[in-house]
Design a protein around this ligand. Structure first.
Ligand SMILES: [Zn+2]
Length: 226
């Protein structure tokens, strides 16, 4: 029996063995898609916070949740370079985290220069699991996040790291690592794994085994695999 490919924890494309981001604003899935063949996360991207009515966010999440039965909430978060004001983005992020906490689901976090902004929310909902997607924080920030229920997903950015990022890729404990391709082609995933293993000076196969365990723990511990 051949082993299934490594699970890709964040993508905007329709791929198998992947957590597919669905925009909760319209919750649209192609008609011919069999929902049982895919895994979904639902959320409102911080870039879209300029065109939403905050009071509708919990309703949109609840509606989309009923429709597609996601296994995670997000991506959601705060982006200091795009989207609505920080106050609005923080409110919308907390709405997502509150919803995820009620449903006992992990949250896929998009954070651009915003870790200190979102930290109070992460601490307030400290039983919830957070997955920082395309993580590029520095080591001081990472140490703070490691004290919480946070996981770190690396994407194509690991293919062109600077010195500071290399340090983070090297030092994050393997029990908190996940991998993704985001907007890029999913065939990049093995390359991202290879690169992270090279930087950490570990055997890629061993690293893959550890990441598979993290995937199981974060996303599938309470889900029947259908
Ligand atoms: Zn994304």
């Amino acid at each position: 029996m051949t082993e299934s490919p490594l699970f890709n924890v964040h993508t905007h494309r329709f791929d198998n063995h992947a957590l597919i981001h669905i925009d909760a604003l319209n919750c649209q899935i192609p008609k011919d898609v069999n929902l049982n063949n895919y895994w979904f996360s639902i959320g409102i991207h911080p870039w879209d916070t300029e065109r939403i009515n905050i009071s509708e966010v919990p309703i949109l999440l609840a509606r989309c949740f009923e429709e597609i039965h996601p296994i995670a909430i997000g991506e959601c978060g705060v982006d200091r370079l795009r989207g609505a004001s920080i106050d609005i983005q923080l409110t919308v992020f907390e709405q997502h985290v509150e919803f995820a906490t009620k449903k006992n689901l992990p949250v896929i976090v998009h954070s651009v220069r915003a870790i200190s902004d979102i930290l109070p929310i992460l601490k307030k909902y400290n039983t919830t699991t957070f997955v920082f997607h395309d993580y590029r924080g520095n080591w001081v920030q990472t140490e703070t996040l490691l004290q919480l229920n946070c996981y770190f997903s690396f994407g194509a950015s690991v293919l062109r790291p600077n010195e500071k990022f290399l340090e983070v890729i090297r030092k994050i404990p393997s029990c908190r690592l996940l991998l993704e391709t985001d907007e890029a082609d999913s065939t990049l995933l093995p390359l991202i794994l290879e690169q992270v293993a090279t930087i950490r000076k570990v055997n890629p196969k061993m690293l893959e085994i550890e990441i598979r365990e993290n995937v199981e723990f974060v996303f599938f511990k309470s889900v029947e695999h259908g």
